[in-house]
Design a binder for this molecule. Structure first.
Ligand code: GLA
Length: 632
């Protein structure tokens, strides 16, 4: 009998063991999210696009840079000065060298070898002012302006080949030119050139552009060549590393949430756009924010979610809309977004400079722990976001999404503080201080966001929950087998489309990705009827990498989440330390009570959490690492 039990156990172990060398759930002992380049903190700076669109010029860029320096914004962290679309004249033939439009960038004239155009004088000036310099390109042959602009202003000129100014087929040549010869420090790589140009497109027929079969369908993740697009961007990343042996470069991936990039952007670039272009109106700001706010586990030092550049200062975020401007800025800081000013600073009133220069809000974005805020309360009306700071204190934002005033209650529980301990709140906009126990009432004006740092008594005194340190948790394999569109994103009218067509539909992949304090599909974590406000929700057949900052014990209550639909297979939960199996659960079935899993992880640098089923599932069931924590 004992022999039979042993044989059964051995058989079960074999079923759950890594299947082959290429097994994506096999532990690696490595951190696999992007970590090259200079994005240890979310980058800050200024970009020409939202301020000037294609009507960009050296004079406008330098004037903006000067204001950033003189006003003290540079000293507060705004370091990158980026030239977006509109700088190029053509790709010279036959050598393929890119030629700068010198009517708008006069210092480039004759400044390069043999009298060629060069941005070196321009980047030299920016560097001398203490800035970093950024440039813009496209992963395809043609650019966004060429594909979408109805205005010919500053579009590349010449033959079909001369108009092909994008990186496609020229990665090594262009990256060497931008970084080695011209001295840039950042490149934003857009993706319009791979959205496809059909042979029947008028500009293809008229001989401006070559036809290009689409790799990306922005409306349908299932109709995009995800692996193909990813490979193109990875090649740029490799060229960047070769061209920048000092590692001082920033790779900004701009694929607007298409081709499932919200799942893989973190592995390929320093910052990655999660949505369509932002517009200077409340509804579209909500849209962009929503594409980032449930992706806390997809942002880390070295790889950040990018909900797009700031529109603080313009239209619904101008000086007549101070609550909106402050909310936009606060929310970007809470989700560790890159902070790129997109505003003509020459016309900025002091009130706007004060928003962009609020050092206490900037400090939340730039907190060295790199934890994107996690939703502690989530409705379409009010959201409460909580972010664990390097100091151990919390930052909390209470956000009124609506145009009517609202009363809200903030609880100590939402901060993961004890209800009987005193909580101190410091208001980062008004400077006031309040104290409370258990809960406090707040009143929010329309579209207002109250932002506080919060000090209290931690519920978990001797460690940190994993959902409090999302910057150290990377869903290396998130278990999503078939990319699906995320439905939880506000759908605003796109200004350039108005109400033509049939509206804005779910279209960004990433649904089902791992979540902090929530199931992968947005439900409360729940196992066999027991609800958890804290934990990591993931799909079965996932592998999470966790950087261990010196903790001794990993602890969780594991089980199959009650939101599981397939339910056909048991899930085994395994904990690895630097590639070695340190502990595991029994196979857990749907409906079974959560099982404690406590593992000694002392000395391990990378912990890996694997949830595995014996057979692959077409749609994996949600599982819960409830109350997952690292303890001292
Ligand atoms: C795309 C990008 C924008 C901007 C424009 C330039 O739309 O998403 O951020 O760079 O192209 O044409």
């Amino acid at each position: 009998m004992r022999r039979i039990v042993f044989a059964l156990l051995a058989g079960a172990a074999a079923l759950y063991a890594p299947l082959a060398a290429a097994d994506p759930l096999a532990p690696t002992g490595q951190w696999s999210a992007y970590n090259a380049g200079a994005a240890k903190l979310p980058p800050m700076g200024w970009s020409s696009w939202n301020a000037f669109y294609e009507d960009v010029s050296e004079e406008k860029v330098m004037a903006s840079a000067q204001i950033i320096k003189d006003s003290g914004l540079a000293a507060k962290g705004y370091r990158y000065i980026d030239v977006d679309d509109g700088w190029w004249l053509k790709r010279r033939q036959p050598d393929g060298r890119l030629i700068i439009r010198t009517t708008t960038f006069p210092s480039a004239k004759g400044a390069g070898p043999g009298g060629d155009t060069s941005f070196k004088p321009f980047t030299d000036r920016l560097h001398a002012m203490g800035f970093k310099a950024g440039i813009y390109s496209d992963i395809g042959r043609n650019t966004c302006g060429q594909v979408f602009s109805t205005d010919p202003l500053n579009l590349p000129e010449g033959t079909v080949a001369e108009r092909e100014v994008g990186l496609y087929g020229h990665v090594e040549q262009d990256i060497a030119l931008y970084f080695r010869e011209w001295g840039f420090d950042l490149i934003k790589v857009d993706g319009c050139g791979v959205r496809g140009l059909s042979a029947t497109e008028p500009r293809v027929i008229s001989g401006q552009y070559r036809a290009f079969p689409p790799l990306v369908d922005v409306e349908a993740v299932g109709h995009s060549d995800i692996a193909g697009v990813r490979r193109l961007y990875e090649a740029v990343g490799q060229a960047l590393q070769r061209a920048n042996p000092d590692n001082d470069y920033l790779f900004s991936l701009c694929l607007w949430g298409a081709a499932d990039v919200r799942a893989w952007g973190k592995d390929v670039a320093g910052i990655s756009r999660t949505s369509e272009d932002i517009s200077p109106n409340w509804s579209r700001m909500l849209h962009n924010f929503d594409t980032t706010v449930r992706r806390a586990l997809y942002a880390h030092p070295g790889s950040w979610n990018d909900p797009d550049m700031l529109f603080v200062g313009t239209k619904e975020f101008d000086a007549d809309h101070m609550n909106e401007a402050r909310s936009h800025f606060s929310l970007w800081a809470m989700v560790n977004a890159p902070l790129f000013i997109g505003y003509d600073l020459r016309k900025a009133p002091k009130t706007m400079m004060d928003v962009l220069g609020n050092a206490r809000i900037i400090a939340l974005d730039q907190d060295p722990a790199g934890n994107q805020a996690v939703l502690a309360f989530d409705t379409d009306d009010v959201q409460i976001l909580v972010k664990t700071l390097a100091s151990g204190d919390k930052a909390v934002a209470v956000f009124n999404r609506n145009a009517t005033p609202v009363d809200a209650v903030l609880t100590a529980d939402q901060l993961k503080f004890t209800a009987d301990g005193e909580v101190t709140l410091d208001d980062l906009w008004d400077g006031g201080q309040t104290r409370f126990r258990k809960e406090t009432k707040l009143t929010l004006a329309p579209h207002q966001t109250l932002v506080f740092t919060a000090h209290g008594t931690r519920t978990l005194a001797n460690g940190l929950y994993l959902s409090e340190q999302p910057g150290r948790v990377n869903p290396a394999v998130d278990g999503v087998t078939v990319p699906e569109h995320d439905p939880l994103i506000h759908r605003g009218i796109l200004p350039w489309r108005s109400t033509r067509g049939d509206g804005d539909h779910p279209r960004y992949g990433g649904w089902g990705g791992a979540q902090a304090d929530s199931s992968p599909y947005g439900e409360t974590l729940q196992v066999a009827g027991r609800r958890f406000t804290t934990g990591i929700g993931a799909l079965a057949n996932s592998r999470l990498e966790v950087r261990n900052a010196g903790f001794a014990t990993f602890s969780a209550l594991v089980g199959v989440d009650d939101s599981a639909r397939d339910r056909s297979q048991p899930v085994r939960f395994m904990v690895y330390g630097d590639g070695k199996l340190l502990g595991q659960s029994a196979p857990m079935r749907f409906g079974e009570a959560p099982a404690p899993l406590k593992v000694d992880v002392r000395g391990a640098k990378i912990i890996e959490l694997v949830a595995r089923t014996p057979q692959p599932m077409r749609f994996s069931d949600p599982v819960s690492w409830s109350e997952a924590a690292l303890l001292r």
